[in-house]
Design a binder for this molecule. Sequence first.
Ligand code: ISL
Ligand code: CA
Length: 549
Amino acid sequence: MRWYKSSVIYQIYPRSFQDSNHDGIGDLPGIISRLDYLQHLGVTAIWLSPIYASPLYDNGYDIADYCAIHPDYGTMADFQKLLAEAHRRQIKIIMDLVINHTSSEHSWFKQAISDEKSPYRDYYFIRSGKKKPNNWTSFFGGSAWTYLPNENLSYLHLFAPEQPDLNWENPQLRMEIKNILRFWLDMGVDGFRCDVINLLSKPKKLRNSRRFLVLKGAEYYINGPKIHEYLQELKRDVFNQYDMMTVGECVFITPAKALEYIEEGVDELNMVFQFDHMAVDNYFKWFLRPFKPYRLKLALAKWQDAINGRGWNSLYLENHDQPRSVSRFGNLDYYYASATMLATLVFFQQGTPFIYQGQEIGMTNAHFTSLNQYRDVETKRIYQIGRTQLKLSHKRMMHKIKYMSRDNARTPMQWDDSKHGGFSDANPWIEANPNFVTINVKDNLANEHSIFHYYQKLIALRKTYSVIIEGDFKLHYPKHRALVYYERCFQDQQLIVLCNYSTKPLSFKPLHDFSEFTVILDNDDNKGPVLQAYQARVLFRRTADDKHS
Ligand code: ISL
Ligand code: CA
């Protein structure tokens, strides 16, 4: 079994994790100082959001130099120290790889726009004149084309104007990217999380989109014509040469399409991040709809049913682009129960768990009340577009932002109850949530019944019961609105997960004889058959006759 299947991966958003030099910005020495904490939690790998040289329009998802560390975060020596210190603790390091676009301050782009004869011009989608080559729109709202009056050029960007898209058709560009990958792998990094990897391939002709309202152009560039050719090339020339893993962020992907990337034998990527369960409370991000627990349950089960046995799932509830899960899918009136129930529901499924910083202590959405407390480029652009183009009121836009803004996940990590939550003694680049006074690592560590300790147990159980990693998956009562009841089997091991995803006590007809099972995890003292609000229980047994193998 490849190592990533038994890994538990912790995502660090470096800017918000731990400041070490009193400038209000998280950094690499700060991360190093917290490795013991992560080891105590039990995670076996860290995914670092971008730490490369960047003007930080999109907090590093706009890279200006792929082989340099942003001075805010430290030096290359700091990075090498982090790598060594992590490896010493049996913790692997996964880098974030943003290769759909660069920063507009990357030297490739600067040369591309300043010199018509430059070989770099073909690294991007650059067209002469002001006329937009097509009607495509950006993920962050507005046109996907920006005009440069001085150069009289227009260029394509699926994200912010400061993030011009790379042209993967160009073989020289592909060679340069492969060298960048080798640079980090030779240094010892253990893999990559590949940003919006399924957007890499654009068609030869950039035709007008027929999509309505949002993401015009998506029908051409999502899983575009040559995407598999490009990834096969990366696999052959780079991935196959190292003991590494990849997880590709694939937006708007179905299980069938995902298998084209991850099916065993294809192995272009080891896993994808899919978004079905991130759409259970919205039609398209900012178009909110009421959250229904059964939708979350079914979205996840769909991926279990389709991928297990043929590929490998990633399991996640949060990342740096999503609201906090306890605020979003849990219930703050049942804070501990709902946070731990969510962890149980998701992380006992088959796949590799990804835990986002602060999730393990139940951090909640930002408390912001005013637009200027937000820092995120997407949030600011969406506000403008909502106000000017959609003519929505300030109140309505603030409501959407409060619920959905990416900054909900980007407030400083809450270490203790001192000023700014122990993240920094200087004013942080983004305000801490004042609830650090009660929600923080120190308190979680001191309290035996904390969310942290629940996560720690959950992670430890993966090392004891191989059924948690390798077992198949069967969802029972799929239509039930409150009950989550699923079963995992592997050889002679059988595991049952029960969750009451509601505020009311829940009784149901068991499909197994629970008296034959041992409870290996429970977020409530209640031992009876009626599950309390948000109660989650995990049961295990060995079957004598090996009937499940
Ligand atoms: O965040 C989103 C919804 O608001 C997604 O649409 C997000 O933009 C998409 O998942 C792509 O995300 C990745 O690429 C972006 C970057 O801003 C995100 O932080 C990153 O995770 C551009 O590089
Ligand atoms: Ca710092």
